[in-house]
Design a protein around this ligand. Structure first.
Ligand code: SIN
Length: 337
């Protein structure tokens, strides 16, 4: 953070925007040497070990959702960011393809909501996967499939992008498998009883970015926000509570998980750039075999081929949120009468 901070402080007002533009720049490409890579990190003055609770999740419970035993996870924090936790790919080898398939094939299905619903009829967006497989574009000239055009999906309490709110009336059941995965990860991070109620999936092409924002629409900010990354890597910027605070840049690789809680729950953040997965860190490995009672199923050959092709050209991020505290309800609004 130190070198970047010096760069930004000179730059005046909106230090976050300056650094966002720095990493988004194509020509000349930026210098990535300040970007923290937790997958290669050992504890230092930049990166500190984070405490997990291995007793909170049994090895069987972890394996059921495709996770390694908690004692084998590598978890880090950042000095100056209390409540921020970064877990480098805690997934068992062969289980990520299942979660990628859920993101590409299952979660975009009705009753969940996606960007394509904004200008297409429900019957046209009914079978995004079936209408896309076989035709997933290899090059710019082919017409884009629905999967290529997928930008976001919402789950549970469906986020309203215009009003930046959730509402009681726009809810469909949150996926049980993602609920279970999120519940176990947050338990291991010291947040028992996390109740995932809303999810936002963001789909990134190689040239996509996500603007500077704070996730504050949830009514209960005492619960963590969980973020999963699959496919290509991203540069993630984590700032402060003010746009003048210079952000810290870090890589998010396929399988990495972030937990933002406490003072880090309401910080500015953004994704200025998607980058290639590094050598030795494949965007997607082969699908593994199924264990008895596991949520994670092996993929058919065709599903794996589509997920693998997608993961090499694109990225999916899943954020999972608890919207309401136990017993809390949405405030009454005039339109609810
Ligand atoms: C988000 O902030 O909502 C998503 C961030 C990411 O894609 O890593």
């Amino acid at each position: 953070m130190a070198k970047m901070a010096a760069y930004a402080v000179e730059s005046g007002e909106d230090a976050f925007r300056k650094i966002f533009k720095f990493y988004k720049r194509r020509n000349p490409p930026p210098d990535f040497s300040d970007v923290i890579d937790f997958s290669r990190s050992a504890p230092s003055d930049q990166v500190i070990p984070a405490l997990l609770d291995p007793g909170a999740v049994s090895d069987e419970e972890a394996a059921r959702v495709g996770l390694r035993p908690v004692r084998d996870w590598r978890a880090f924090g950042l000095p100056g960011y209390p409540g921020f936790m970064f877990i480098t790919n805690p997934f068992l080898l062969g289980s990520k393809p299942f979660w990628v398939r859920q993101c590409l094939k299952t979660y975009p299905q009705k009753p969940n909501v996606c960007n394509l619903d904004m200008h297409m009829s429900p019957s046209d967006t009914q079978d995004i996967w079936d209408k896309s497989v076989g035709g997933l574009s290899h090059n710019q000239r082919q017409p884009k499939t629905l999967l290529d055009r997928l930008r976001w999906v919402t789950l549970g309490y469906h986020y309203n992008w215009d009003t930046k709110t959730y509402s009681a009336s726009h809810y469909t059941p949150f996926p049980a498998d993602l609920h279970s995965l999120s519940f176990h990860i947050t338990s291991a991070c010291g947040f028992p009883g996390f109740n995932p109620q809303a999810g936002i999936l963001n789909y990134y092409r190689s040239d996509s970015s996500l603007g500077i924002h704070v996730d504050e629409s949830e009514l209960d900010h005492s619960r963590p926000l969980l973020s999963f990354s699959f496919g290509k890597s991203a540069i993630f910027l984590l700032g402060g509570t003010r746009r003048q605070d210079p952000p810290t840049a870090m890589y998010m690789h396929s399988g990495d998980v972030m937990v933002m809680s406490g003072q880090s729950r309401l910080l500015y953040h953004a994704v200025p750039r998607i980058v290639a997965a590094p050598q030795g860190h494949p965007a997607l490995e082969a699908s593994g075999s199924s264990r008895h009672g596991s949520v994670v199923e092996p993929l058919s050959e065709q599903d794996w081929a589509v997920c693998s092709r997608y993961s090499h050209s694109s990225r999916v991020n899943v954020t999972v949120r608890q919207v309401l505290a136990p017993g809390q309800s949405f405030p009454e609004t005039p339109s609810s009468h």
